[in-house]
Design a protein around this ligand. Sequence first.
Ligand code: P6P
Length: 337
Amino acid sequence: MVKNTSTSVVTIERFIIEQEREHPHATGALSNILADLAVASKMIANKVRLAGLADVLGAEGSQNVQGETQQKLDVISNDIIYKAMDHGGRLCAMASEEMEGIIPIPDQFKKGNYVLLFDPLDGSSNIDVNVPVGTIFSVLRRVTPAGGDGTLDDLLQPGYKQVAAGYVVYGSSTMFVYTTGQGAHGFTLDPSIGEFLLSHPHIRTPDKGRYLSVNEAYEQHWEENVRALIRRYRGMDGRREAMNVRYIGSLVADFHRNLLGGGLFAYPANRKSPTGKLRLLYECNPLAWICEQAGGAAIDGQRRILEVQPTQLHQRSPYFVGSKHDVEIAAEMLATA
Ligand code: P6P
């Protein structure tokens, strides 16, 4: 785990600009997208912090496209990101877990050359019990001609096409972790000054995991090769020392702990979710890229998840992400039919 040992105070805005300088042809648009997302996440952090007090608890009552009851903070977080990103002139379209179709940029605003996909508040079912939740985002360059509205073609791109990816974990502290392909870097919010400060530069995830994050309640619904894999991670076949099982049921929290401490997060397909539960475009892909940038790996069971060509906005995928050695074990054991 990398801690920032330098005494210099580096804000996320300054870090983004310094990284931009490494790309002489950069226009600054991507930097602005990241800076705007940092502002939106501070606003969401405020809402999450006050969840118990500001009567935003409890379900909104409506259902989202996933058929899940929307928590009030889901809706609020979605609106915060939309309003922070719709007018900057850098995006030509957006997509959110909370909204069925493509989210167009309002007519009165300039259309930019990027698209943003996001899960505004993942793990929201944990909100009422004060378990850490998170925001996840993915940025792609548009593939359709500049100037017009973005289309599904701009959104349905494989994960290796991402130009930026990140997450925010609203936990004991609020952390913003992102990559633009120049390593994965973590920033911790100092609420006394309202700034994200560099705290985890160049995150490296241990090659071999300490933690196993999987919901074993589904064991009866897994394929036999998945059951054998989980038994191996738990040291039950003598081929690997046992990993500690840590499963919060909040993807960003489980992923973040494993990224820093080393671990394997698995959400296999099961008879209830035959293509897995997690969404490829705005959950699996952004976290996979961050993990790879930190030296880890991510597969869907058969191939590198960033190579999967999406066909639907909200498509799901089986997911195995984390320490390289442990993802390699999954690839080996799941290759067998
Ligand atoms: P299960 C939360 O609803 C979520 O999307 C992820 O944050 C989390 O990892 C997963 O679902 C938990 O799913 O089926 O284990 O409760």
